[in-house]
Design a protein around this ligand. Structure first.
Ligand SMILES: Nc1nc2c(ncn2[C@@H]2O[C@H](COP(=O)(O)OP(=O)(O)OP(=O)(O)O)[C@@H](O)[C@H]2O)c(=O)[nH]1
Ligand SMILES: [Mg+2]
Length: 747
């Protein structure tokens, strides 16, 4: 055995392990046995060498102290491993005794009485306490746990999901043929089980910070009584009404973002920032005759004026509003060279108290194409889009495309004719009439159009529009939102009461009520709708499977249109970029419309299934609330830019002109450009489709669970009769309170 005498630059851990520590000064404890620093013998220096002395155990015994209880490192490791095995087996024993009586598969016969279970658990606690003491006596540290419980549970759920695939019809067919009806039943059972496992995983994945109770406590200015929802949440958790957790989570999500998003769009210099400054009674937003706003800006209510900017490549920065121009003004941040990703401004403006967030966007049609794409990216997010058309300039294709894009994104649209002070009263009426006629014929929709101004006496026009159009729109939408939220709380509360009452009446063991034919039909419809949803989620068919081929077709079409234009116009040089952009928009728009139509059909099917299930549950009033198919991404065809092509000097036929145009377009690199734009749009389109399907699924499953809770209860946990009665009473009182609130809101 090493004694440690005269070892150069070494020190020995004298506590237990006799392992040399290479740098005792730097260590606070022994790396091998975690003894403290004092257990090291102090190194001493003699001439050029360092020595350290390890005191021998017998030396201490001789000095009259208590005999030392000590295990060598090998013994310690064996001791630790043995106790770990004991703990593992003991846990198994306790788990075996506590077998879930509801489990369809049991490994052992459930022959233990409750008393036996309790006694074993008590003994196990004693064994564990003794093991802890033994570990302390020998100063042996247990193996540290490295895997969290949540991670372990999620892994188990993941494996369970894998195992579930074995009951899918295509796996089962390997064991023999299946009838159609059997296949359908198998798919339905598999899909539902997968759904439940997915719910467990999603719940564990959100972490403790996303706990509903925690989020409810943080809710301020909620349109419904958040205490009522907190109470509902408490009852749902306490009585294990897991089927109501998803609807509750969705409700809390809606409560967390009750603001309506209103954004202004329009060409550069149309007066967007000036209009917002007027509405907000501020001069904070920079305005000017040249293109000004280069980054979208979101304005929300706050106690004092303040701004915050987020960057793609730097930490976020808060600033007083005097510095706003540094981030949004095209002069200081041209084409967003500072890589600002988001700007939020807080203002104590009265109009924002009404639960509205306003957004100023960069103007379209300027040379700063990056700004245009940022504005277009904002479209899907808004509830109301206000399109500004400058009275001093004519209506353009861009304005019409903007209105169309807003419609496609599912937002409400208002059009404003700005700078009305520049027109006489007669001209104003004429302009409004022209604008209305043009927009209606091009977009095939009736739009509210108003003339406004923010200058001089004509600013009254803007105030009138604000008071008579904007504020009523806001109030109506807010009331709709509040009523819908209250209705949802009421529905959830009723579902919880029904579930608890059924549990109370039927008793714990037989908590499933008899199913009627209607119930079964509704169940079948719901299962089929869910299957359709899952199929839709699995099928991610790209709209352009061969993007290069699609790009070539677009260039061909643009070349054909160029040739037609050459044959008609005397101009030798034309901008083929706009023709290319039009062809690209046409092709992309057709693909997007088809996806949107498919989603709308799926939504209608889900809604029908929900309504049938509501009829089967004998619910007199049930308004399905599936999210609308909205927020479709918009293609930014500005990216094509200008592409000048020249007509050949000598007269040729249409076919040769087309050949010449195609050659020039290819030479200008349009093929690669279109391919890049189309591929990017395709990815965004597929992302949106998947997101929409997920949204529909979440909402559908949440509403289906509410309906099921009304009709029957799938399982019960061990809540006592008294506790259930108490919960039902509390929920009923909650109903009374909610009804009063609702009556107040309506009055
Ligand atoms: N006469 C008149 N001028 C206006 C009115 N509203 C805005 N303007 C002027 O129009 C110019 C452009 O206004 P902005 O508010 O900067 O326009 P914008 O749409 O925000 O422009 P970008 O940020 O570049 O997209 C400024 O010189 C304003 O003074 C109005 O109602 N009447
Ligand atoms: Mg502006």
């Amino acid at each position: 055995m090493q004694t440690g005498w005269r070892r150069r630059q070494r020190s020995w851990c004298s506590a237990r392990c006799a392992i040399p520590a290479t740098s005792p000064k730097a260590l606070k404890s022994c790396a091998a046995c975690s003894a403290s620093r004092t257990a090291f013998s102090a190194p001493r220096r003699c001439g050029r060498y360092w020595f350290s002395i390890r005191p021998r155990p017998y030396a201490r015994r001789r000095c009259g102290r208590l005999p030392m209880v000590e295990l060598n490192p090998a013994q310690q490791s064996h001791f630790r491993a043995s106790l770990a095995r004991v703990e593992q087996l003991l846990s198994d024993a306790v788990r075996v005794m506590e077998q879930e009586s509801e489990a369809p598969f049991r490994r052992y016969l459930a022959d233990a009485t409750p008393v036996q279970r309790q006694v074993v658990a008590d003994y196990a606690a004693k064994v564990r306490a003794r093991m802890r003491k033994a570990l302390e006596t020998f100063d042996v540290s247990p193996f540290p746990a490295v895997t969290g419980t949540v991670a372990a549970a999620r892994t188990a759920v993941l494996f369970a999901q894998g195992a579930l695939q074995e009951i899918e019809p295509r796996s089962m067919r390997g064991y023999g043929p299946l009838g159609r009806e059997t296949e359908r039943e198998l798919s339905a059972a598999g899909a539902e089980l997968m759904e439940l496992l997915h719910d467990i995983d999603a719940y564990l994945a959100q972490g403790s910070a996303r706990e509903l109770g925690e989020r409810l406590r943080r809710l301020e200015n909620s349109p419904v009584d958040s205490r009522a929802i907190a109470e509902l949440e408490g009852i749902i958790t306490a009585h294990g009404l897991t089927e109501l957790r998803a609807p509750l989570a969705m409700l809390v999500e809606r409560l967390e973002s009750p603001q309506l998003e209103v954004a202004v769009f329009g060409r550069t210099g149309a007066g967007k920032s000036s209009l917002l400054n007027h509405l907000l009674k501020t001069t904070a937003l920079p305005v000017g005759v040249t293109p000004v706003t280069s980054v979208p800006l979101r304005i929300v209510h706050g106690k004092k004026p303040w701004g915050r900017a987020w960057f793609a490549d730097a930490v976020p920065e808060s600033f007083p509003l005097g510095r706003l121009a540094e981030f949004v003004h095209a002069q200081y941040n041209p084409s967003n060279v500072r890589h600002v990703t988001r700007i939020t401004v807080e203002l104590p403006a009265p109009i924002l108290v009404r639960g509205m967030a306003l957004a100023d966007t960069p103007g379209l049609g300027s040379l700063a194409t990056a700004s245009a794409s940022e504005s277009l990216a904002y479209l899907p997010r808004c509830d109301l889009g206000i399109v500004l058309v400058d009275a001093a300039s004519a209506l353009t294709h861009e304005d019409v495309a903007l209105v169309d894009a807003l419609h496609r994104a599912g937002a409400s649209v208002m059009v404003l004719l700005t700078k009305a002070d520049l027109l006489s009263a007669d001209d104003r009426w004429r302009s409004l009439g022209y604008l209305r006629h043009e927009l209606e014929t091009r977009t095939h929709t009736e739009l509210p159009i108003h003339a406004v101004s923010v200058v001089g006496a004509d600013a009254a026009l803007c105030d009138a529009w604000r008071d008579e159009v904007l504020v009523p729109w806001l109030e109506a939408h807010k009331r709709g939102l509040q009523l819908s939220l209250r209705r949802k709380v009421g529905l959830l509360r009723d579902a919880a009461i029904t579930a608890l009452q059924i549990r109370l009446e039927a008793g714990r063991e037989t908590a499933v009520t008899a199913e009627t034919t209607e119930d079964r039909d509704a169940e079948r419809l719901l299962a089929e709708a869910l299957e359709a949803l899952n199929t839709c989620a699995r099928e991610q068919r790209p709209p352009f499977p061969d993007a290069r081929l699609a790009a070539r077709e677009i260039v061909e079409e643009a070349a054909h249109n160029t040739a037609v234009l050459w044959s008609r116009s005397p101009e030798r040089q034309i901008d083929a970029g706009s023709l290319l952009a039009a062809s690209l928009s046409g092709k992309a728009g057709a693909a997007a419309r088809e996806i949107s139509r498919d989603l709308a059909r799926l939504r209608a099917r889900l809604a029908a299934a929900l309504m049938d299930a509501a009829r089967a549950a004998r619910l007199p009033r049930f308004d399905e609330e599936l999210p609308p198919v909205a927020g479709m991404p918009v293609l930014d065809s500005h990216g094509v830019g200008r592409l000048c092509v020249r007509r050949p000097a000598f007269a040729l036929g249409r076919w040769l002109h087309r050949y010449a145009a195609r050659r020039q377009l290819y030479r200008l690199g349009s093929m690669n450009q279109i391919h890049r734009l189309l591929s990017g749009y395709q990815v965004r389109l597929l992302d949106w489709r998947l997101h929409m399907v997920e949204e529909l699924k979440r909402s559908f499953c949440a509403q289906r669970d509410i309906l099921r809770a009304h009709a029957r209860v799938d399982g019960a946990n061990a809540s006592t009769t008294l506790a259930i009665k108490d919960a039902v009473e509390r929920l009923k009182r909650l109903g009374g309170r909610a009804a009063n609130e609702s009556a107040e809101a309506t009055s």
